[in-house]
Design a protein around this ligand. Structure first.
Ligand SMILES: *Cc1c(COP(=O)(O)O)cnc(C)c1O
Ligand SMILES: [Zn+2]
Length: 423
């Protein structure tokens, strides 16, 4: 399999196309290479990550920026004029103080970072915005992805708005709302008979064969992944330029967790927040919990699994960044835990009834794990805690349709109302 697409060989990349990014560096061996549609190290096949030469930047400069992720554009691999190109303008979502949920779980200071309010209702709009910028600068002609659902929604919408052809690949057993939420934006929704790991393998093969295709989470993955840093930047800024004591993050490929941690480290290095330890916790559903299992067993490697869970947006059996998640969680004194599908359903209802936030199964997983971590004593309830809600409940309605519903169906009369015993 080729590790690059060929379309850039004749095209020169304009100055400043990737902002203050300086190159790609291997996470394993440190070997460097030029910025481009590359994602695998030439020396050791390890994953590549963006390197930067950051300018001096102040809180005030960031605060003067737009109310979306581009307020942090100096810290992302995007050009200085990024706001001028049509994009979904994601980010700067609410950080909600969650006192009711905190009281229920016995946590003194709890916040929910609510990313369900992004343009296509998941955190994926952040990563896709960065991948779209890279695809545009590289001259890609097709914007594509293998997806567990939300990514396809975000790619299809962003591509429509940018006027670039989109092709999105999903497992054929995906929830209907997630399929419709892609198909409404693109005529090229491709359902593949297989699980996400099969779809991902196919995408890698196509990326190697077809010219001009930017697969957001395959051949432009280093650019895509940087978008998740904005979650970390926003949490710190919204806390008044402070870091929390601990944070609970869902884990699919593990990219988001590693990048939120990276964002906190960058803010410290840039002098934008005070240095302090932040314990990082990961959340998985038991039916797809390879990283949680490795944590529990004390393994250094992650053993791939075949996913079987209602938390389909987290159903990656062979997570690309799984080992880096293990490193970060162990290094910071956090943990990874998993919860059953029934606990996911309970947590969706708990978050909705305590905070008025309707999350999808991924958020149910994260809140369910938060509850479990307190019960098992792995998370200190006296410390300031942030939990990330990454997606919207309307995309996974079936998960709770048996749990909630009309309390009574009554005739339109006062007597019937009284008989129902609601007052
Ligand atoms: C993709 C996704 C995640 C996690 O993504 P990573 O691959 O671990 O970065 C979490 N929540 C939702 C809703 C998602 O769609
Ligand atoms: Zn390498």
């Amino acid at each position: 399999m080729s590790t690059t697409t060929a379309q850039t060989s004749t095209r020169t990349i304009r100055d400043g196309a990737f902002g203050h990014a300086t190159g790609l560096a291997c996470r394993e061996c440190g070997a460097t290479q030029d910025l481009g549609p590359y994602y695998v190290c030439r020396e050791c096949f390890g994953p590549l990550e963006i390197s930067y030469d950051f300018p001096a930047i102040t809180r005030e400069q960031i605060e003067a920026g737009p109310a979306n992720i581009w307020r942090y554009k100096a810290l992302l691999p995007v050009p200085a004029d990024i706001e001028l190109s049509p994009n979904m303008e994601p980010g700067y979502t609410r950080l909600l103080r969650a006192d009711n949920l905190g009281r229920e779980l016995g946590i003194a200071r709890l916040w929910v970072k609510d990313d369900s309010t992004n343009p296509t209702n998941s955190f994926k709009d952040r990563v896709v915005a960065c991948a779209l910028s890279a695809a545009r600068e590289l001259g890609s002609t097709v914007f594509a992805c293998p997806s567990t659902g939300n990514l396809a929604n975000a790619v299809a919408a962003a591509g429509a708005r940018a006027g670039i052809k989109t092709v999105v690949f999903i497992p054929s057993n995906l929830e209907t709302p997630k399929q419709v939420n892609s198909a409404v934006y693109t005529e090229n929704l491709v359902a593949v008979d297989g699980n996400y790991d099969d779809v991902n393998r196919l995408a890698g093969e196509i990326a190697g064969e077809e010219d001009g295709w930017a697969f957001v989470n395959v051949n432009v993955r280093p650019f895509y992944a940087e978008g998740s840093k904005t979650l970390g930047y926003e949490i710190a800024e919204q806390l008044g330029w402070r870091l929390p004591d601990q944070i609970v993050i869902p884990v699919a490929s593990g990219s988001q967790l590693t990048k939120v941690h990276k964002a906190f480290q960058e803010l410290i290095k840039l002098g934008l927040v005070e240095d302090k330890p932040v314990k990082v916790f990961g959340a998985q559903a038991t039916g797809c919990s390879p990283v949680s299992a490795a944590f529990r067993e004390g393994w250094d490697a992650v053993k791939p699994v075949r996913p079987d869970t209602i938390a389909k947006s987290l159903a990656i059996g062979n997570p690309a960044d799984g080992v880096y998640v293990l490193d970060i969680v162990r290094e910071t004194g956090g943990a990874i835990a998993d919860v059953s599908d029934d606990e996911v359903r309970d947590a969706i209802v708990l978050l909705a009834r305590t905070e008025g936030v309707f999350t999808e199964t991924a958020g149910g997983t994260t809140v369910g794990v938060l509850k479990k971590l307190v019960e098992t004593g792995q998370l200190d309830p006296e410390l300031e805690t942030v939990v990330i809600n990454t997606g919207h409940g309307l995309k996974t309605l079936d998960a709770v349709t048996d749990r909630v519903g009309a309390r009574a169906t009554i005739a339109p009369t006062y007597d019937a109302f009284v008989a129902a015993g609601i007052a």
